[in-house]
Design a protein around this ligand. Structure first.
Ligand code: WT7
Length: 631
């Protein structure tokens, strides 16, 4: 697989990938092990949407992640696990050992009745068993649906029901910083909410603290794997068989299950991993994301393992036991590529410049960021204090739906520029369009970011509701994938992502739908109506601002705020708690009764001068009140 190492090579490769995409991707795909070669590289129709890559090809992604490497690098470390508590020993698995563990668990799944096409939900902290479990599913063709362990029992139950999962795999507890979070208890609670499809729960013993096991349903991980063989024949999968479902928030309704398939996802995650991180043999790569999000799927597990890399997964948080934890891990494992979120950088920056100086960071070669726009100050700090001015910073723009990194600098080939994700990777054809759907041809422009040609790791459908997939991503603009982001393009073709143009808030790199938060808040007895918007937040990027109309019976505001936190916690999870709550007597609405979020967003951001024409509102007077009561 080619890795781009110069500007000239990027230019040439990009051109080739656009002139003849099928030839380009066929060349990349050939480096993998296929059980049967594809008949056709690409079949597509964005209007349906119907996208198929490597049509008729047969493969198993884990054979490419594991078996393919055994001969050359069987004894090389594949996975390093760093525990939450630095005084506990870390674990590492060679490719041989990881292969064996994956096979054992795959056999255990089969023994417990799991077959190709069954959906399995993971609700686990960042322990090696999560990576092993996910790969074991892929080994036998079961579809994994990982749910971030910070979601509530209600949110978990919604996702289990939507995918009709047959099994849930969890841990007893989650050690996170100084906390010990009861994971199994949340699963028990979720399963009481009508998850009839679940037959078995497999519980991994993490902390060893007490849990209740339900007879006939719950089994220990160590018991089900005990007598299993360390070999399991990989199930032959079609290129377009489903590999996994991952739920993500949108502007309306419940979260949707983004579906990714085997062949294209394999080719693209590996190609993008090697290029964006300039990964070379024997490098040690660390991505701090959680496997509950797409970043963990594509760039902790699949991309690195497909590329024969050494990948680190860490259980803890950036500030436990202190703000030097990340840099301690970088020193300890001689990390070469480090990939994190802007919110983490800002949080650590706020703790003082001295923390990184206590550690040897000289092995670092490439630094990455993902999840939200990185502000210039954080970029400069990352560059100076972590990269010591010698590590290119790859600001990678992509989404759950894109499966892999779409726009990013390529080290030593494309210049980095603070706040810019810069240029598209080979094979990616972004464009800017006007709200009316006209492509803007002029280089220097601002518009809505779309992609006008398929790429191998793109979303195929939203689980159980294909029409929703069409509606959300392919109906806004004809024959294009709409990202939901706005972007600016410079005269050199470099892209700067501005952020979401829909009702999605990006809190610490977590995507949260305003409608979901409103629905949760509306469950509180005293709430008549609510409107939730994002506003700039120094550490989180965006904070959640909730405007609420109550029934007038709220006496103690502080207590009321706590109660709202609790309902949001109950229906979504702590990540969606509002940062600010303002009680209002009305919400600005159009004459047809639509809430004018644009105005609320401006007020929440403190930008009250440019509210535009408010005279056409149904209730212009309420605007004054809302401004006056800003918290
Ligand atoms: C949204 C996707 C992709 C993994 C993590 C988030 C925002 C993502 C960047 C970036 C500016 C970014 C976009 C995008 N986003 N990366 N480098 N610069 N914004 O995945 O939860 O699917 O969220 O995150 O708004 O649409 P996700």
């Amino acid at each position: 697989m080619n890795r781009i190492t110069s500007a000239a090579e990027y230019k040439k490769t990009y051109k080739a990938s656009v002139d003849n995409p099928e030839k380009f991707w066929a060349t990349q795909a050939k480096t993998f092990k296929w059980k049967k070669k594809w008949k056709k590289v690409l079949d597509w129709d964005f209007r349906k949407p119907d996208v198929k890559w490597f049509v008729g090809g047969k493969l198993n992604i884990t054979e490419n992640c594991l078996d393919r490497h055994l001969k050359k690098r069987g004894d090389q470390t594949a996975l390093i696990w760093e525990p939450n508590d630095p005084s506990r020993p870390y674990k590492s698995y060679t490719y041989k050992a990881l292969h064996k563990e994956v096979c054992k668990f795959a056999n255990a799944l089969k023994k417990n009745g799991i077959k190709k096409g069954d959906r399995i939900c993971f609700y686990m902290p960042m322990v090696p068993e999560l990576a092993i479990g996910v790969l074991a599913c892929a080994r036998i063709g079961a579809i994994h649906s990982v749910v971030f362990a910070g979601f509530s029992a209600t949110a978990l139950a919604d996702r289990i029901k939507d995918a009709t999962c047959k099994m849930v795999i969890c841990s007893d507890y989650n050690s996170r910083g100084a906390k010990n979070i009861p994971v199994k208890k949340v699963v028990d609670e979720a399963l009481k909410k009508g998850c009839k499809s679940v037959k078995t729960v497999i519980v991994h013993e993490n902390t060893g603290d007490k849990v209740t096991m339900k007879r006939g349903r719950d089994k220990w991980w160590h018991n089900v794997t005990k007598d299993q063989k360390g070999n399991c024949k990989p199930t032959v999968m079609d290129s377009e068989d489903e590999l996994f479902i991952l739920y993500t928030s949108g502007s309306t309704g419940k979260p949707k299950g983004v579906v990714h398939t085997c062949g294209g996802y394999m080719v693209y995650t590996s190609y993008s991993f090697k290029n964006v991180f300039a990964y070379e043999d024997n490098d040690v790569y660390w991505c701090t994301a959680d496997i509950g999000w797409i970043t963990g799927h594509s760039y902790i597990i699949y991309g690195p393992l497909l590329s024969g890399a050494t990948t680190i997964m860490s259980e803890g948080v950036p500030t436990y036991p202190d703000a030097g934890r990340f840099w301690h891990i970088c020193e300890k494992h001689k990390v070469n590529q480090f990939y994190t979120a802007p919110t983490a950088i800002r949080a650590l920056m706020a703790q003082g410049d001295h923390w990184p100086s206590h550690y040897d960071l000289s092995n670092l070669k490439v630094l990455g960021t993902v999840g939200e726009p990185i502000n210039e100050e954080a970029w400069q700090w990352y560059n100076k204090f972590i990269g010591k001015g010698k590590c290119p910073i790859v600001d990678t723009w992509w989404q759950t739906e894109t499966g892999g990194i779409m726009i990013s600098p390529i080290p030593n080939a494309l210049k980095t520029k603070p706040c810019y994700a810069t240029h598209p990777l080979p094979g990616i054809q972004p464009c800017l369009v006007t709200p009316e759907g006209k492509e803007i041809k002029k280089k220097k422009a601002e518009g809505l970011l779309c992609i006008k040609y398929p790429w191998p790791s793109m979303i195929r459908t939203t689980y159980g509701d294909h029409e929703r997939c069409r509606q959300v991503y392919f109906s806004a603009f004809d024959n294009m994938y709409f990202t939901g982001d706005g972007a600016r393009r410079d005269s050199d073709g470099s892209y700067r992502i501005i952020g979401r143009v829909d009702d999605v808030i990006n809190v610490s790199g977590h995507r949260i739908g305003t409608a979901e938060v409103e629905n949760a808040i509306n469950e509180h007895d005293n709430i008549i109506e609510s409107a939730v918007v994002g506003y700039p937040h120094a550490i989180k990027g965006q904070g959640i601002y909730a405007y609420v109309i109550t029934d007038g019976k709220v006496k103690d505001k502080a207590k009321f705020k706590k109660e709202l936190d609790a309902v949001v916690r109950k229906f979504i999870g702590p990540i969606a708690k509002p940062d600010k709550v303002q009680l209002v007597s009305g919400l600005p609405k159009t004459r047809s009764g639509k809430i004018m979020r644009r105005i609320l967003r401006k007020i929440a951001s403190g930008d009250t001068k440019n509210l535009g024409d408010i005279s056409t509102l149904l209730n212009p007077d309420v605007v004054k009140e809302v401004i006056k009561g800003k918290v």
